[in-house]
Design a protein around this ligand. Structure first.
Ligand SMILES: [Zn+2]
Length: 380
């Protein structure tokens, strides 16, 4: 390192991203898969928070000289979507396309950059059939009554859950642990035999549709090959979805681990209750953006540790707007050793996306450091 580099605080070697306390060295490209939406309803703050964090991760990687290649899927083959489309008397795919349009509009309004890949599950039926065939050949799955089931016991074990908790979560997320065709209630459908009220496609096992975890595994493997650098999603997707997705991918490819790092964004609650339509406490992105700037909403989401659950209230966004005003004011200042300040911002963001510390430092240092933070986090 030359003296000039040292003075600017530049680091030699690979881009030093740290996630969840562990270094994830990158050369020049990062494969990031984020579980996208099931397009059956409006976009709420709970969904948006995950996608804003992934957007922040990609922007920080770009700052580190790494090209972030984001794949955000659309789960448009899904039992919950089928039920919603049926209530609206619409074909599932037309219904999903309209919801997806609204979702993308909301995310664009939040200054979230579009992903490089946006696979839609209904275009990946053939991939899921190949995945199922590979899992059968590997002995990781079995065929019964027109369905193909993935043996799930080990996935539950790896997730560190006891059996009762794994079964409870599996039931909560549509895993049908009481399906009598399964060898074990923790097994999961890679391919589900056709049922009334759901779309169906031909397969070697008869008509049916792909299972949720298998869809995501097939889309991720298709976009990126055997694995990803970072797999992201809401904290509630940890089990069963991510546990089964990675277990299927690893059983199919033989390459472990499927993901080098995970980014599980914290759950957003209102008055301590998880945001959900059934709880009647949805905070819609469109409503927030009618009253506040995208920058204030983004900073409200990002000015906290990404993994922590948090409670939304009207005061949260007011507080973020006030911090943002301080940051803008700091950015207008000149001088004061701007360049080392910018290096410190870069270091803090690379260290577990520590926005609170970077914001504190940017407001204190001002000038170029504050302008770098604004540009990197998309707060302009
Ligand atoms: Zn997924």
């Amino acid at each position: 390192m030359t003296d000039a580099h040292a003075a600017h605080g530049e680091q030699p070697g690979p881009a030093a991203l740290v996630l969840a306390g562990r270094g994830v060295p990158m050369l020049d490209r990062a494969r990031i898969y984020v579980c996208g939406i099931t397009p059956y309803d409006v976009t709420h703050l709970g969904h948006a928070a995950t996608f804003v964090w992934v957007d922040a991760l990609s922007r920080v990687l770009r700052l580190l000289g790494v090209d972030p290649e984001v794949c955000r899927n659309v789960t448009d083959v899904d039992d919950v979507l089928d039920a919603a489309a049926s209530r609206a008397s619409a074909p599932y795919d037309a219904f999903a396309a309209i919801q997806q349009y609204h979702f993308e509009h909301d995310l664009a309004a939040l200054n979230v950059r579009p992903p490089r890949h946006e696979p839609r599950a209904h275009r990946y039926i053939e991939h899921v059939i190949r995945l199922a065939s590979g899992l059968l050949a590997a002995g990781a799955a079995y065929q019964r009554d027109g369905s193909v089931y993935f043996r799930g016991q080990a996935a539950a074990g790896h997730a560190g859950l006891d059996r009762a908790e794994a079964l409870r979560l599996s039931a909560e997320y549509g895993g049908r642990p009481d399906d009598p065709a399964k060898d074990d209630p923790l097994d999961a459908a890679v391919w589900q035999a056709a049922e009334a009220g759901h779309p169906a496609w031909d397969s070697p096992w008869g008509a049916g549709r792909p299972g949720w975890h298998a869809e995501c595994a097939a889309m991720a493997l298709s976009a990126f090959g055997v694995g990803v650098d970072v797999h992201a999603g809401g904290n509630d997707l940890r089990f069963p979805h991510h546990a089964y997705h990675s277990a299927m991918a690893e059983a199919f490819t033989g390459v472990r681990p499927y993901a080098r790092a995970w980014l599980h964004a914290g759950t957003v609650t209102v008055g301590g209750v998880k945001m959900a339509k059934s709880a009647g406490n949805l905070v819609l992105v469109g409503d927030l953006l009618a009253r506040h700037t995208a920058a204030a909403v983004r900073l409200m989401i990002l000015d906290r540790p990404w993994a922590g659950d948090w409670d939304y209230s009207g005061a949260s966004v007011e507080k973020a707007a006030a911090r943002l005003a301080d940051l803008y004011q700091a950015a207008g200042r000149t001088g004061g050793g701007a360049q080392p300040g910018a290096a410190e911002i870069r270091r803090l963001l690379a260290t577990d996306l520590d926005v609170p510390a970077a914001l504190e430092a940017a407001i204190e240092t001002g000038g170029a450091a504050a302008r770098l933070l604004i540009a990197t986090l998309g707060l302009d």
